[in-house]
Structures are given as C-alpha cells and as structure tokens.
Design a binder for this molecule. Sequence first.
Ligand code: ATP
Ligand code: MG
Length: 389
Amino acid sequence: MDEPRTAQLERLLAVGRSLVSVAEPDEVLDHVIEAARDLTGARYAALGVLDRDGVGLERFIFTGMDEETRAGIGDLPRGLGILGELIRHPEPLRLEEIGAHPRSHGFPGGHPPMSSFLGVPICIRHEVFGNLYLTEKEGGGPFSDEDERLLVVLAEWAAIAIEGTRSLAAEKLRLSIESSELERRRWARELHDETLQELGALRVMQEGALRASDPEAAREALARAGRQVESVIASLQGLITDLRPAALDQLGPQSAIEALVERITERSDLTIDLDFDLAYEGGRVRERLTPELEAAIYRIVQEALSNVVKHAEADRARVLVEEREDSVVVTVEDDGDGFAPRMGGRGFGIVGMRERAELLGGRFEVRTALRGRGCRVRAELPVSRVGEA
Ligand SMILES: Nc1ncnc2c1ncn2[C@@H]1O[C@H](COP(=O)(O)OP(=O)(O)OP(=O)(O)O)[C@@H](O)[C@H]1O
Ligand SMILES: [Mg+2]
C-alpha cells in the first residue's frame, strides 16, 4: 500500500477506536466530522441532526469555517434546498456543482462559494438521525467513489456510537431511578421502625393519663408523655438531618461527615477516627467537587458507619477521605466481627454504595473476614469539579 493510503487507513482506525471510547453524543459527532473532512480532503464538513418530525434540521454542526465567515452567513441551514433533498431521499448524494442541481436554492450573501458536494444519511435502527455533508474537495474536482465509501462507513460508525451513548444514558437513568426507589423504601422502614413505634408508645402514655383517677398520677403520666414527645422530636430531627444534611450543601462533605460522626458517637460507644485530605478543603484548589460527588462521599461514609454501628460490634472505626491526582478514595474500616459477604443480601446498603460509586464511574469494594478481623469498605471515585466540563 502506498504511504498516503496507509496514513489514511491509520487515521480511519484511530477514529474507530476513539468512537468506541467516547461517552458523550456530541463528542461523537465532533470526532466524525473532523475525521470526514480530514480523510476526504474536503474543505468543509458538517452534520445536520433531523428534527423530531424528520422534515428539517434541528442542529447543524460544522467544521472548516472560521467564526467571521460563519457570522457573515446569518442563520444556520434548516434543511432546505440540497440538504432537504437528502432528508427526503436518505441515500448518498454526490454533486460536482451544487448550484446546478434543480433543488438548489443558492447560497445567502456572505456564504463562501461551494461547488462539489457529498452527503450521506446517518441511520440508527432504520431511522434517519441526520446527515453528514462534505463540500469543496481539495484541488477542485468532484468527490470520488472512495470518498463516498469512506463517508458511508463513518456514518455507520457514528450511528453505532450515538446509539451506544443513548443506551448508556438510559442505563444510568434506570440505575438512578432504581436506587432512589431503594432509598425511599429504606426511609419508610426507618420511619416505621423508629418514629411510629415512639408515637405508639406516646399514645399509650396519653391514654394512661386520661384513665388515671388521681391527679398526681395523671400529672406524672403527662410528664412522661412530654419526655416521649421530646424523644420523638429528637429522632425526627436526626432522621431529617440524615436524609439531607444542610451542612453538605453549605459546607461540603468534610463538615457534614464531622457532624455525622458527632451524632453517631453521641448515641453509641463507637470511637471513630477521622482523616481528611481533600484539595478544596485543604486550600489547594478553588473549585468544590460536584454536588453528586460530594453527596456520594457523604452517603458512602454514612452507610458504612451505619453498618458498623448496626452489625459490627466494633470498638473503633476509621474513616479516611483522601483526594489523589484524579480520584477521591473513601475508606471506612472497623475492628468488629466482619461477616461472610455471601450472607449479606437482605439489605440495600452495600448494593446502594456500589451503585453510587459505579454511577459516577468509580469502583467499590468490601473486604471482610470472619473471626473478628473487621470489615473495610473502599470506594474510588473519579474527581469532578464544579465549573469543569
Ligand atoms: N461493618 C460490618 N460488620 C459486620 N457486618 C456487616 C458490616 N457491614 C455489613 N455487614 C453485613 O452485611 C449485611 C448487608 O449490609 P447492608 O448494608 O447491605 O444491609 P443492612 O445494613 O442489613 O440493611 P440496610 O443497609 O438496607 O439498612 C448486613 O446485614 C450485615 O450482616
Ligand atoms: Mg446497611
């Protein structure tokens, strides 16, 4: 094979590989038009995305034109003229002279001259998603058979990649709906087991007070009921804070976790060591982590510690939240009983922690050994900051 062809093939393979790895649909489209232009020697390349009705263009992405020229043209094409021809007849269209086609509307003033044209549809599952266009073949002349075959391949790849990103997005949505359902179920259970029980007890005390014949006994029953009300209020307050701690939004995960640890140590004998090394909190960067990441850090520590309190019979636990180059590592370990991982499965805690970590593109692992060597939960979450793309 001669050298330009080898280079072209290499470039095509590189595009194929890059399409496999991108997760954002827009990134796919950018890759495709850049590659189409590069591989065919077209001066301009563009991609039009069809509107919902499939009659016009909803988006038009292009490359090869500087801002000034672009600004001089006015509105982006809507899918009339030749572009409309391709929408009505979704098959490759190759023209030596755009202006000579009977459907051509001509160009608006300020539009750079364009003569050669090649357009192919992008079809996803038998539906036209949009079209790929090239104009102005390098050195004059029309686009070749080979250019057309190349563009058809790129359009097919683009379709596969776009479909891939769509199903990835659908899967993420499904996971997040499922996990919020699980959370609701847990909070319902928590309300049922704690608050409803306490209110039930309150009612018994109140009835006792009503039935008491002697005023002294009635007063005492009412005082007891009063203390019970205090306790219901305190547990509801705790529950509300656990649901959505204000400190998390206002002050970030470190303060929220510190407050959480304080609440836990108040109501249990567990000693908790806390260790943080976060870049924003440590003053090394100016942007906070994204709210999703901050919430995940907090929720994972919260669930892991709640498991230690509920199941581990531990004396000590250690929480470590450490930011590295491009990940935040959250570790919670305890010196308790540990458990056989296969025995778990009734609860949602471990499943939920794993889902949170994986939804953010991170990893999650629970290590545990029987015979009192405790348990270690570790999540590694990719760093994302507010204000970054
Ligand atoms: N730190 C730990 N020490 C000992 N056993 C643990 C620990 N963490 C979890 N387990 C065991 O693993 C099981 C599953 O934990 P998971 O958090 O998924 O559910 P749960 O705590 O039982 O219920 P939920 O979290 O939904 O309230 C627990 O029931 C417990 O047996
Ligand atoms: Mg749990």
